[in-house]
Design a protein around this ligand. Structure first.
Ligand SMILES: [Zn+2]
Length: 157
């Protein structure tokens, strides 16, 4: 693997760590030419099957791009999006499957997005869950309200 800093064609592994769930290995590498360190990640290939039947490699960037649209004008920054995409990837890889439907990826996004921003969540859910009536929005909003009330009531003790 070449060095991302100086493009030296070789690097030395200085540390190797398996993720807790066993789904990936992170390697800390050092470049023998510029001595800088970088991390590589080895994970099993994860294919996303689109509705059209076409499969493509899972990409965190695609999650970010998809969610960013729903977050337009909302107080959500790139850091929040990167963290959300990481949570989604961890959740999906935790399933231990080699391929997953695009719809399931969409569903895996809903929960962390709901915690991040409720308006972005409603926009995203309306597309992924195919809201087509006002009642769909009303029941989603009612569910968000119940959450807010449950959170606002404080610890039961
Ligand atoms: Zn280098």
């Amino acid at each position: 693997m070449h060095c991302p800093f100086c493009r030296h064609p070789d690097s030395r592994v200085v540390d190797s760590r398996t993720a807790e769930d066993g789904s990936s290995i992170r390697r800390r590498r050092q470049c023998p030419q510029c001595n800088r360190r970088f991390t590589t990640m080895e994970a099993t290939s994860l294919a996303v099957i689109k509705r059209s039947g076409v499969s493509e490699e899972f990409s965190r960037q695609k999650i970010v791009t998809g969610v960013r649209k729903a977050c337009q004008g909302r107080p959500v920054n790139d850091d929040d999006l990167a963290k959300l995409a990481q949570r989604v990837e961890e959740k999906i890889r935790g399933l231990g499957v080699a391929e997953i439907d695009a719809d399931e990826v969409g569903l895996a996004i809903l929960e962390p997005l709901r915690a991040l921003d409720q308006i972005a969540y409603l926009r995203f859910a309306s597309v992924y869950q195919g809201f087509d009536t006002l009642e769909d929005f009303e029941s989603a909003i009612a569910s968000l309200r119940r959450d807010a009330e449950a959170a606002g009531s404080g610890p039961a003790s």
